[in-house]
Design a protein around this ligand. Structure first.
Ligand code: MRU
Length: 356
C-alpha cells in the first residue's frame, strides 16, 4: 500500500508469541536498525525515547503494545484479563502526553475488548490483535487519502516548507504532510521541499530529508532560523505540517517551532496547511490552551549528540510542542477532505459528515 522503503512498525507473529518490530528512528539516518519489542516496558521505552514517534505511529504502536502487554494474561479468567488490560492501557498512556492518537488508540482497544465480553481471555487476545491490525491498515488508508486531498491544494512548480517529520516514519503509511508531497509528485507536479531541521532532535534533517531523498523528491535542509528568509525570498508557496492534537476550535499542537513558522507564513501571505487524520482531533478540548504540552529532558538541548552546546548547569526550557491558533491555519487536510474555513462548527461538521 505504501512505497515506504522500510517498515516504520510491524507486528511479527501470532497474538500469544508475536512482538512489535520498530525501525529505530533515533539511529536514522546513519544506521537502519530494527528494534524487536517483546515486553511492555520495551514498547513504552521506545515511545518515550522517540524510537517510534509521530502522532499516528505512536497510536498504532500503542495498539500493538497492548497485545505485547496482555500476552501473559491469555490464560487468566476474563475478569482478570480485563483488569490487567486496564492497567496495561493506563501504563502505555503515560509514555507521552501530547499526541492524542496514543489515547485514541488505547481507548479503541479497551472499548473493543469491552464490546466482546462474551469471549475468553485467549480469544479476546486474538481479536484484539485483529483490532490493532485494523488500526494499522486504516492509518495507511488515511495517509493515502490525505495525500490525494492535499495534493490538489499545491500549485505546479512550487516550493513547500515543512517542519519536523510528518512522513511515513510518523505513521503506519505514507505520512500526512509528506503524503501530500508524495501524491503531488506522483501526479507529476514539480515541487521542491524545504525541510526545517527541527531542533533539538532534528526530525526534519534526519528523518524528513531521508524520506524525501529515498523517493527522489528535491529537498533542501534549512536551519529553523532560515524559514522566514526563504519565505521572504519567494521560494515558498505553501507550508504543510502535521499535528499531534487538534482542539475543537481548530487550534493545532505540533512540534515546537510550528507556531513560529505559521506566524512567518501569515506575515508573508503564504498558505499554512495542517495535514492530519481524524484520530488527531480531540473534540473534548475546547481550544488549544487545554492541550498538554510535553516538556523533555534538558540534555536534548545542551548535549543532544554527545557534544556540549551550552555551558554546564545553564537553565533550559525544552517544550516538545507548541500550539498554532486556528486563525493562522489556512486549511486542515484530513482523510475526509479539506476544512477550508477553520471554526468550531466547520470542524464538527467535517468530522460528523459521512466520508465520500
Ligand atoms: O516529538 P515527535 O517527533 O513525536 O513529534 C512529531 C510531530 O510533531 C509531527 O509533526 C506530528 O506528530 C505529526 S506526524 C504525522
Amino acid at each position: 500500500m505504501t512505497d515506504q522503503p522500510h517498515k516504520t512498525l510491524e507486528w511479527i507473529g501470532e497474538s500469544r508469541t508475536g512482538h512489535l518490530r520498530l525501525l529505530d528512528q533515533t539511529k536514522l539516518p546513519s544506521e537502519t536498525v530494527f528494534l524487536d519489542c517483546d515486553t511492555l516496558d520495551a514498547v513504552w521505552g521506545a515511545i518515550k525515547r522517540l524510537s517510534v514517534r509521530g502522532a499516528p505511529a505512536i497510536g498504532v504502536s500503542a495498539a500493538y503494545g497492548v497485545i505485547v502487554g496482555m500476552q501473559s494474561s491469555a490464560d487468566l479468567s476474563r475478569e482478570q484479563f480485563d483488569a490487567n488490560l486496564e492497567e496495561v492501557a493506563q501504563y502505555l498512556a503515560t509514555s507521552r502526553p501530547t499526541a492524542v492518537n496514543l489515547f485514541w488508540a488505547l481507548d479503541r482497544m479497551t472499548a473493543f475488548a469491552a464490546s466482546r465480553s462474551d469471549l475468553s481471555a485467549a480469544d479476546i487476545l486474538t481479536e484484539l490483535l485483529e483490532e490493532a491490525r485494523r488500526i494499522d491498515r486504516e492509518d495507511q488508508e488515511m495517509c493515502l487519502a490525505i495525500g490525494q486531498h492535499g495534493a490538489a491544494l499545491l500549485p505546479d512548480d512550487c516550493g513547500v516548507l515543512t517542519h519536523c517529520n510528518a512522513g511515513g516514519l510518523a505513521t503506519a503509511g505514507d505520512g500526512t504532510a509528506l503524503s501530500v508531497f508524495f501524491a503531488a509528485h506522483r501526479q507529476g507536479k514539480k515541487l521542491h521541499v524545504y525541510a526545517d531541521e527541527t531542533r533539538p532532535l532534528l526530525q526534519g534533517s534526519r528523518l524528513t530529508a531521508w524520506e524525501l531523498q529515498q523517493r527522489q523528491i528535491p529537498v533542501t535542509v534549512i536551519c529553523d532560523s532560515v524559514a522566514g528568509w526563504v519565505m521572504k525570498q519567494g521560494r515558498i508557496q505553501a507550508v504543510v505540517t502535521g499535528a499531534d492534537r487538534i482542539a475543537a476550535n481548530g487550534d493545532a499542537a505540533n512540534k515546537i517551532g510550528t507556531y513560529a513558522v505559521a506566524q512567518l507564513a501569515h506575515a508573508h501571505g503564504i498558505p499554512f496547511y495542517i495535514a492530519a487524520p481524524s484520530s488527531t482531533f480531540d473534540l473534548s478540548l475546547s481550544s488549544g490552551e487545554e492541550i498538554p504540552i510535553e516538556e523533555r529532558d534538558r540534555e536534548e538541548v545542551v548535549n543532544a549528540y554527545g557534544l556540549a552546546t551550552a555551558p554546564e548547569g545553564v537553565d533550559v526550557f525544552n517544550p516538545a510542542f507548541d500550539v498554532t491558533p486556528a486563525k493562522l491555519i489556512t486549511a486542515i487536510i484530513t482523510e475526509r477532505g479539506v476544512i477550508d474555513e477553520i471554526s468550531r462548527d466547520h470542524v464538527a461538521a467535517h468530522l460528523q459528515a459521512v466520508p465520500s
